[in-house]
Design a protein around this ligand. Structure first.
Ligand code: UDX
Length: 478
């Protein structure tokens, strides 16, 4: 009797994020979703990031549940105790690039764990060359919004049409007409902040443009978004990158799939800072829908002027506020010079922590709205929680995201390019007062669409199933 051949070994996927909170966050959620389906994972962290995740997140307890999930740590070129400036990853770029090839060669060369596929951060497209040399399929994962990705992708077209460069004395409200599908949305000021240069040979502009265009050389692209949220940009991207998996909101998708598994629910925190849970106890004491949550992500840094304007604006709004002020987010002495009575007023109506359990805060009944920098993870978390936003974008993709919130989805207000206590006070009171119902209704509608996409039968759920099947059909590297 013929003995049936042994079943093929489960696929083994290597996942490689940029060493930054917003990137590790979403890519670790994807890694867990793939592990839930039985795919073996090697997740590459920098030693520094991994050390912080072990200290501040529940990754050890969480990943022990997956026997074939392992972390691989690599140096980012800095000693462990180096303070790493806010934008350090651009200075480690060359070092990471230099060690990636030998790292991938080492991983691919291990015969007992052949690599089926690499999923690399879409901002590190040099990995495509390495993977192609090693004849291993590679998929890019870009952690920003589809609309931001598409705006970057259209930079050559904007240059050709004269939409770029933006001239020094230019009207920043000039409409940009050469980003197909977003003609009625984007003005100069809404383009990614790296476009705000007079000299088109600017190294950062060149870098993000090249990385984005290089994405077409990967086998496919994964985006943390969903068709009903960013339809116009997603359909435009598909004309250039037909193999596109929109599987977001990943944090919500992760929860849905975990609830279907036999695994215990987890906080799924991927925080790199100590989470101060005292803010939850403070929220528990506040009236329903009475607090504005204020947080500007893991990279935003404040000048002393801006910090003071936000402080005065929040206190003068007379609203309750929960404010995340990361210890590394203040320019030297940023918190100084605040008057006594403002500090007392803040103590009376405010709660300030260094790092909050953000997803839990956004779902808390006391929180009515979110004053955010429009980082993509924060934006999606607010969308899923159904909370309207006041957006003060800091850099990169955030300018596009804040325009989506205010103009495309009408679920919030755009405070772009302004940092003034009267404007902060006015917008906080608009979202917490006169326009509360209107904006909360729009945010609630977005939440319903987001949850629909990331539950069984939804577009993101189906796209992840397709991604898993496509990975299973790949031949591991021999
Ligand atoms: C960066 C870029 O700034 C962002 O624009 C890009 O889309 C992703 O990479 P970051 O600035 O950190 O990300 O912002 P964001 O994308 O919002 O990610 C921050 C993450 O930290 C969120 O998942 C948020 O839940 C979490 N967070 C933030 C906390 O858990 N606690 C906090 O107190 C603040």
């Amino acid at each position: 009797m013929d003995v049936p051949p042994p079943p093929p070994p489960p696929p083994h996927v290597v996942i490689f994020p940029l060493a930054a909170q917003g990137h590790v966050n979403s890519m670790l959620k994807l890694a867990e979703l793939l592990a839930l389906s039985g795919i073996h994972i090697t997740f590459i962290n920098s030693e520094h990031i991994h050390h912080r995740l072990l200290r501040h997140a529940d990754i050890q307890a969480r990943f022990v549940a997956y026997p074939y999930f392992r972390f691989k740590t690599i140096s980012d070129g800095f000693p462990m105790d180096h303070p790493r400036p806010v934008d350090h990853f651009m200075t480690t770029y060359d070092y990471i690039k230099s060690i990636t090839r030998p790292l991938f060669e080492e991983l691919v060369a291990v015969p007992d764990r052949p690599v089926t596929c690499i999923i690399a951060d879409g901002i590190l497209t040099f990995t495509v060359d390495v993977a192609r040399d090693l004849r291993v399929p590679i998929i890019a994962f870009r952690t920003i919004s589809a609309s931001s990705f598409w705006a970057y992708f259209c930079i050559p077209r904007m240059i050709e049409s004269g939409d770029l460069p933006i001239k020094g004395d230019e009207d920043m409200d000039r409409v940009v007409t050469s980003v197909p599908g977003m003609e009625d949305i984007l003005r100069c000021r809404d383009l990614p902040s790296f476009c705000r240069v007079a000299d088109l040979s600017d190294s950062t502009l060149q870098y993000v443009t090249t990385q984005t265009l290089q994405t077409t050389r990967a086998l496919a692209l994964i985006l943390n978004s969903f068709d009903q949220l960013e339809g116009p940009a997603i359909s435009q991207i598909r004309t250039h990158i037909p193999n596109l998996y929109t599987i977001g909101p990943l944090h919500s998708h992760h929860k849905s799939r975990l609830s279907w598994s036999s695994l215990p629910p987890s906080s799924a925190s991927n925080s790199l800072w100590e989470v101060d849970r005292s803010c939850i106890s403070w929220l528990d004491k506040q009236p329903p829908n009475s607090v504005i949550y204020v947080s500007f992500g893991s990279i935003t840094a404040f000048s002393r002027h801006d910090f003071t304007e936000f402080w005065y604006g929040l206190v003068n709004s007379r609203r309750r506020f929960l404010w995340v002020v990361r210890p590394d987010s203040l320019a030297e002495g940023g918190g100084g010079g605040i008057s006594e009575e403002l500090t007392e007023a803040a103590a009376e109506r405010g709660c300030i922590v260094g790092w909050a359990p953000q997803e839990e805060v956004l779902h808390h009944g006391a929180v009515a709205a979110f004053l955010t920098h429009s980082g993509w993870n924060s934006t999606l978390e607010s969308v899923v929680a159904g909370k309207p936003m006041v957006c003060w974008p800091y850099f990169a993709d955030q300018q596009v995201n804040s325009r989506l919130v205010s103009r495309a989805w009408k679920a919030g207000l755009d405070m772009k390019d302004v940092c003034d206590r009267e404007v902060v006070e006015r917008m906080v009171n608009e979202v917490m007062g006169e326009r509360k119902e209107e904006l909360a209704a729009a945010a609630g509608d977005l939440a319903r669409r987001a949850r629909g996409a990331a539950t069984e039968g939804g577009s993101s759920w189906d796209n992840l199933d397709r991604l898993i099947e496509d990975i299973r059909s790949m031949k591991p590297s021999s």
